[in-house]
Design a protein around this ligand. Structure first.
Ligand code: ADP
Ligand code: MG
Length: 446
């Protein structure tokens, strides 16, 4: 029986080597040991479950076709990782070759990348630090990288993107991504099975450890998990391995955590993610809508970006509801529909601004007398203030373009439209201008 598996596997190897370049073949196929073939289940021993994961991800098609050819239609594939962490984690899953990686427990999500992560003031520091860490994990001052911020601001997305980037730049590195809850569960499992040492050994062998939502470690004060955690951190840090954590608070505000762990959290870079500003929300919206494969008029996007200010998750929720409503009702996505849907969803912050109050605040900000704004002056700073006032009046009030134009210097509606598009362009291209606009926005919403 055993020799039979080996025979068949050899034939498979021949196909793999014929179809792959030497390096890929040597890296991903020569380390595999056929273990057994019983009841249509082919068990392969692989160095680690990360290895199996990559194999599944990169070579699913070739694997499945080849196995079917030599082992028959009904073959199923099971991996056994030679790094053992207790029974539950040893076997990385049973995957039918034609189902490829569907049942496979891949820790990193392929939908949260740097490519689809919009950069803004709100995430600039952690994002840059994350890119640094991905290119040189374990080196430098960002170890651990501790990212904190409120729910829905993009922590999980960023941490996952850092993991993916690290794997892309360093395919051999082991980069597990685990939530604090999962970690806790794995630990409980391991201790129930007398496998705590295996559990600790397993995590001590990784190169980059990403733990999401570490505030959860504080809940219930699980001393034993925290002990294990401490030993793992210690070992990894001593060996120049990278640690990345996300959390909903800064370390100093965490409850129920061992002081030794708290102090470890603060050895590297502690970096906050905040709610995105309007321009960033607007860019995120474009990505969300594109991901969804739908389309939305610009005024609807502006409305959503201006009014759903709490976090990105709410923005996502609004897009989903809006698309659903439009599909169910068989009506196009319009500003009117958006207003009715969003009004039900979240407490839309109605800032009680009038065109006048916006105009006055903008003048005050730029230190320009209101009379100048209302005059026919073409001086650059006056024109710009006028345009910014029109821009905010359009997005924050329900007044018509004609009214807005009238209140801000007796201009016509075309001038207001032109002002809005000029301001949008400048936000995209002129950083100083963008910062000013963001500051005005904060003042308007304060
Ligand atoms: P958190 O972990 O902080 O609660 P998530 O990472 O789960 O937040 O983000 C919530 C949603 O918002 C996700 O779908 C995520 O992709 C999206 N998101 C957050 N920030 C950004 C960003 N800067 N660019 C693109 N999408 C983002
Ligand atoms: Mg999260």
């Amino acid at each position: 029986m055993a020799s039979n598996v080996e025979q068949l596997w050899k034939q498979c190897l021949q196909v793999f080597s014929d179809n792959l370049d030497k390096q890929a073949y040597d890296t991903w196929f020569t380390p595999i040991q056929p273990h057994s073939y019983e009841k249509n289940v082919l068990t392969l021993v692989v160095p680690s479950h990360f290895f199996a994961e990559t194999l599944e991800k990169s070579y699913a098609d070739l694997l499945s076709k080849t196995l079917v050819r030599f082992f028959g239609e009904s073959v199923r594939l099971k991996y056994r990782a030679s790094i053992a962490v207790g029974e539950s984690l040893t076997e990385t899953g049973l995957t039918g070759p034609r189902k490829s990686s569907l049942e496979f427990d891949s820790h990193l999500s392929y939908s949260y990348t740097f490519d689809n992560f919009i950069e803004g003031e709100c995430n600039r520091v952690p994002r840059t630090a994350g890119l640094n860490v991905a290119s040189k994990p374990g080196y430098g001052a960002f170890n651990p990288l501790f990212i904190f911020g409120k729910s829905g601001v993009g922590k999980t997305h960023l941490a996952n993107a850092i993991g993916l980037k690290t794997k892309e730049l360093h395919p051999q590195k082991k980069v597990p991504f685990v939530s604090a809850n999962q970690f806790q569960l794995q630990f409980t499992d391991a201790s129930r099975n007398g496998q705590i040492n295996n559990f600790i050994n397993y995590y001590q062998m990784v190169d980059v450890l990403i733990i999401d939502d570490v505030h959860e470690f504080g809940q219930g004060k699980k001393v034993s998990t925290q002990n294990a955690l401490f030993h793992i951190f210690n070992h990894l840090q001593k060996n120049g391995k990278q640690l990345i954590f996300t959390c909903d608070k800064k370390p100093a505000e965490l409850d129920g955590l061992d002081d030794r762990i708290l102090s470890r959290f603060q050895w590297g870079l502690t970096s906050e993610m905040t709610e995105p500003d309007t321009a960033t929300r607007r860019a995120i919206l474009d990505i969300l809508i594109e991901k969804d494969g739908t389309e939305m008029p610009d005024d609807v996007k502006d409305y959503l970006a201006n009014n759903i200010t709490d976090n990105v998750r709410s923005l996502e929720g609004a897009v989903i509801s809006l698309v659903a409503q439009s599909t169910i009702g068989g009506q196009p996505i319009t500003l009117k529909l958006a207003k009715s849907v969003v009004g039900n969803l979240v407490a839309v912050k109605e800032h009680q601004h009038t065109v006048q109050s916006i105009r006055d605040l903008v003048c005050d900000y730029y230190k320009i007398p209101i009379d100048d704004l209302l005059s026919s002056s073409r001086k650059r700073e006056v024109v710009q203030a006028r345009q910014v006032a029109m821009y905010f009046a359009k997005s924050m009030t329900k007044d018509s373009l004609a009214t807005i134009g009238n209140v801000i210097g007796k201009r016509n509606h075309a001038t207001v439209l032109h002002a809005c598009s000029t301001v949008k362009d400048l936000i995209d291209t002129d950083k100083l201008f963008r910062l000013q606009v963001e500051e005005i926005e904060r003042k308007l919403k304060a």
